[in-house]
Design a protein around this ligand. Sequence first.
Ligand SMILES: Cc1ncc(COP(=O)(O)O)c(C=O)c1O
Length: 386
Amino acid sequence: MKIETLLTSIGRSPEEHEGAVNPPVYHASTILFPTLADFEAAEKAGWPLVYGRSGTPTVRELEAALAELDGAECAIVTSSGLAAIVIALTATLSNGDHLLIPDSLYGSARKFCDQELTRYGIEVTYYDPLVGAGITSLMKPNTKVIYIESPGSLTFEVQDIPAIVKAAHAKNAIVIADNTWATPLYLRTVEMNVDICIHSCTKYIGGHSDLVMGLITHSKKFNPQLRRTYRNLGAAIGADEVYFASRGLRTLAVRLKQHQETAFILAKWLAARPEVVKVLHPGLPSCPGHDIWKRDFKGASGLFSILLKPYPHKALAAMLDGLEHFGMGFSWGGYESLIIPFTPERTATPSWTHDGLCIRIHAGLEHPDDLIADLKKGFERLNGAA
Ligand SMILES: Cc1ncc(COP(=O)(O)O)c(C=O)c1O
């Protein structure tokens, strides 16, 4: 079955719900056990359904759907993408362990590593996202986890996942990868032997900028420890978020196709602009790791960055403030176009030396002609105020 078809069928069973196309939503904290025998049977089974915080039938249905989508044995949905990262790292690392993370890491995950994990005696080392097989030389006897985010969601370096997985597994380290940008449609991390995969469903899976949710897909081997940490950290998810995410799934393939097409149109147009020094879109040769993207990915989503020449702050304000179709806001993956300026945080890659402006763009579902016209006027304002 092709993935477009799969998306229309997973996580729903009309025959069990009076023919209703979509599954019902269980708003439940307390789960009642009709008899003591039922109570004891549930206890014996490890409490598969016991209390809203640890999952309801609504949650379980989406988890099964997302595991199937990713080709994974198990899935856990979490209260945010960041919670998924926190749970995956907390479940796999202990005091005295060493963690390798890419210098291009998503900012809030970086804060969690620097401000929380280090307090628990976990050694954190940043590595150049383009290190590839060279990761071996950074591994120590206590390296337990190598974390990957490919491409980085600000600077878009595409990482050599197979090389890193090979190096990690040769020394018994676990690989955790954030696959939010590509989604399971455009990168098959399970087939690449990544051990644990993270997604922020807030982005493309939700797709409508109205929910915050995360996902951890993984094999049965890692399920008990991930589930335990999930429960112990109290990272529950609300029923309505789960429902919105399962609704988002139905249109994921068509939305991504359009995000991809529009982002390529914008990226190519931007590459020809005199104000732009470089376009960081994994699908273009100007992006570090483009050849790896061609080798490993099945597509590109709608998020990419551009590096501009130096301009005064007032010129940037003139450009961004007047945009009609690009909202200035964090997150991405919704139907709307977004734009933000950014300054990458770097500790392991002194080679990052751009001295102009950095701008990240999310190509939404508007018509590309309108987006280009908007950006064109934006550049006129940028130049006019420079
Ligand atoms: C690559 C990436 N991973 C994870 C997250 C965290 O997701 P959430 O906002 O759902 O916590 C984000 C959020 O922007 C992200 O960009």
